[in-house]
Design a protein around this ligand. Structure first.
Ligand SMILES: *Cc1c(COP(=O)(O)O)cnc(C)c1O
Length: 227
């Protein structure tokens, strides 16, 4: 577990340096440790070392982990949410980064209203129109926000994106900049962008949350399903 502590310290240093380069304070950026496929003991080590938020991409996998680790850490959903998992997701997660289609809004509203507590979300944007990824098109963000705003129990705090894969982190910069522009245009505060390969660029471009898995927990075993 020593590696997790050391990796975490190193990621934090790199985050602070990136924030400093952009004239930002390190505490303006939340580190979300993406813990899919990672075993509970390694998550426990990260939380003991001060990691404040964990991101899972599957409701089924998150349930037992949350039961084991408890709520001393925030739990975020970063992956595709199936409509039939909405009820469980609301019980488990503090923030849903992946509101990736409008069909989710009615089920979210219904379940959140039934619980008497609004659900906090980020609207996922498909910046490059990739068929393999979810999210609303950049041109549709305004209309989507208007539609969602008619729902009392669904709150959109910001935008999230997974830009197209690039060979050098620097190549992701225009995508991050585009997401930031969209958020500013629509008066949204939170920007969930940047992963292990490019979180420093994302922070330079205004990320308020970075989703970092491999750089903290090490390489994941391959999984048959897409992440
Ligand atoms: C897996 C995953 C990450 C983390 O990816 P790493 O490259 O391991 O840092 C971030 N965001 C989402 C949505 C993911 O599925």
């Amino acid at each position: 577990m020593l590696d997790v502590r050391e990796n975490l310290a190193r990621v934090r240093e790199r985050m602070a340096a990136a924030a400093a380069r952009a004239g930002r304070r390190p505490d303006e950026v939340l580190l979300v440790g993406v813990s899919k496929t990672v075993e509970v003991e390694r998550l426990r080590a990260a939380v003991a070392a001060g990691l404040a938020a964990l991101g899972e991409n599957r409701v089924q996998e998150a349930g037992p982990k949350i039961a084991a680790l408890g709520r001393g850490v925030a739990w975020h959903l970063v992956g595709h949410l199936q409509t039939n998992k909405v009820r469980d997701a609301l019980e488990l997660f503090d923030l849903i980064h992946s509101l990736d289609r409008l069909e989710l809004v009615d089920p979210l509203e219904r379940r959140a209203a039934a619980r008497g507590r609004p659900v906090e979300t980020l609207l996922q944007v498909n910046l490059a129109g990739e068929a393999s990824k979810g999210g609303v098109a950049p041109d549709d963000v305004g209309a989507a926000l208007e539609a969602i705003a008619k729902h009392d129990h669904v709150r959109v705090r910001g935008l999230m994106a997974i830009p197209p894969a690039v060979t050098r982190p620097e190549e992701a910069r225009p995508w991050f900049r585009a997401l930031r522009g969209l958020a500013e245009r629509h008066g949204l505060r939170e920007l969930s962008m940047g992963m292990s390969g490019d979180f420093e660029i994302a922070i330079e471009e205004g990320a308020t949350m970075v989703r970092v898995g491999t750089a903290i927990f090490g390489a994941r075993p391959p999984r048959a399903e897409a992440p």
